[in-house]
Design a protein around this ligand. Structure first.
Ligand SMILES: Nc1ncnc2c1ncn2[C@@H]1O[C@H](COP(=O)(O)OP(=O)(O)OP(=O)(O)O)[C@@H](O)[C@H]1O
Length: 415
């Protein structure tokens, strides 16, 4: 009997499942109290000592319960205000949960938000050294790692500039570079990809690969679903402080996109269907990535539009078409087998045909709908059209405001 070979991903999953816990979040909740009356000065408070302050309670985290294993790359995703940063701050010990408990095993290095741990009135040099010492490095170790931090952040020219004069992108680079140089067991990373240019993002990706290879535990907050899918072993989706789902990153990315954009691959919607489907019908349409059905793709990845057609009568060389439209209803790409000069062939009743068109996802980051169609040669006798039968969410880290992100080259010539 031959043993079934285990894939590297399965082997990693099995290793992680057996690893000891790195972080245990045990039914943690956090509520903020928001006062109705705000005293802006002490005088005001003294003048109105009898005025009682009432509070609204905001449940930022509600009974979060998860164990993250040593060596796990764990993603936290959720919409704005869902509680991600509050959870990271609880993990870092900046906030104390008001119910439940959080246990972190080993040394923790937080890269949480601009300014945490940094003093704006000190130079980058002083901030990096002080931060490293606070993280447990000796002064000598801190000084020794300083050059590496500055080189990673590419801020060699700005080491003696006070932090308050840094741009937000520069400060993020410095913060991230400082956080990763401490050989921490658990690294907390909040939205490093949202700020910073493409070159810095690439560097972060390389760093994530290194951290993964070294078996570090990383807890990673992001809005970038392609990064979550690429790096995370598991992810958690939170919405208004509640954990909606913990699981495999593709499923989490899909659930996140559904939260943002509504159902991605929706139920068959009979409105927007044309043709009488007597000769043939479009049975299904979907998107594929690497031969697997998908509802999302990263910008510039290859994705394939697919449709399956079922024939009820004989027909010769029917024309298959696909059109893609964006979230505001602009059709921006249409193709047919006729334009592509592809003869589809002869079909008898009972046969099926699957048509595929591969494209590069150069579109801007939003949701797209696919309308497949089938017609007789010449395209006038429409046999079946099903509008918006499949959906695709294109995600990326760059929002340009353009409809497409065409590959291009910048050239400058002075004078
Ligand atoms: N210090 C605070 N005092 C009062 N309310 C707060 C405080 N910090 C966060 N909140 C509230 O708690 C909720 C969760 O905020 P949090 O910053 O954790 O969300 P987030 O998921 O990180 O959002 P984003 O994606 O916008 O960064 C929000 O409604 C926010 O207004």
């Amino acid at each position: 009997m031959t043993a079934l070979a285990e894939s590297p991903a399965d082997a990693r999953a099995a290793r992680l499942a057996a690893a000891p816990p790195a972080v245990v979040i045990d039914h943690a909740s956090k509520t903020f109290r928001l006062p109705h009356v705000q005293y802006s000065t002490l005088k005001e408070r003294l003048l109105h000592p009898w005025r009682s302050t009432t509070y609204d309670e905001l449940r930022a985290l509600n009974d979060v319960d998860v164990t993250i294993r040593q060596g796990e790359f764990f993603g936290i995703v959720g919409r704005n205000g869902s509680g991600k940063s509050t959870l990271l701050k609880c993990l870092a010990g900046i906030y104390r949960p008001d119910a439940g408990a959080i246990t972190v095993h080993g040394r923790l290095s937080p890269f949480i938000e601009l300014g945490v741990g940094f003093n704006p009135d000190l130079t980058a040099r002083d901030n990096v050294v002080i931060n490293a010492v606070m993280m447990g490095l000796t002064r000598r170790e801190a000084a020794a790692s300083f050059d590496a931090v500055i080189a990673f952040a590419e801020l060699e020219e700005f080491v003696d500039l006070k932090l308050k004069n840094y741009s937000s992108g520069m400060a993020v680079r410095l913060g991230f570079a400082t956080a990763i140089q401490v050989s921490a067991d658990v690294l907390l990373v909040d939205e490093v990809l949202a700020v910073g240019d493409a070159a810095f993002q690439q560097k972060c990706f390389e760093e994530f690969n290194r951290l993964k290879a070294e078996g570090r535990t990383v807890i990673f907050v992001t809005h970038d679903m392609s990064a979550a899918e690429r790096y995370c072993d598991r992810a958690m989706l939170i919405e208004r402080g509640d954990v909606q789902m913990i699981g495999e990153p593709h499923a989490i990315a899909r659930a996140y996109n559904e939260l943002n954009f509504g159902r991605l691959v929706h139920e068959q919607d009979e409105t927007g269907r044309y043709g009488d489907q007597k000769v043939c019908e479009i049975a299904d349409a979907w998107f594929e990535k690497d031969g697997v059905r998908t509802g999302e793709v990263a910008q510039h990845e290859r994705v394939t539009m697919c449709a399956r057609i079922r024939f009820h009568e004989a027909v010769v060389d029917p024309v298959v078409g696909f059109s893609l439209r964006n979230d505001v209803g602009h059709t921006f790409f249409v193709t047919t087998s006729e334009w592509a000069e592809v003869a589809t062939g002869s079909f008898a009743a009972g046969e099926e045909l699957t048509a595929r068109v591969a494209i590069e996802a150069v579109m801007s980051t939003t949701k797209y709908e696919l309308t497949p169609s089938i017609a007789r040669v010449g395209g006038v006798d429409v046999l079946d059209v099903r509008e918006d039968l499949a959906s695709l969410y294109v995600h990326g880290t760059r929002v340009t405001g353009g409809l497409v992100d065409l590959p291009h080259r910048f050239e400058l010539e002075r004078g």
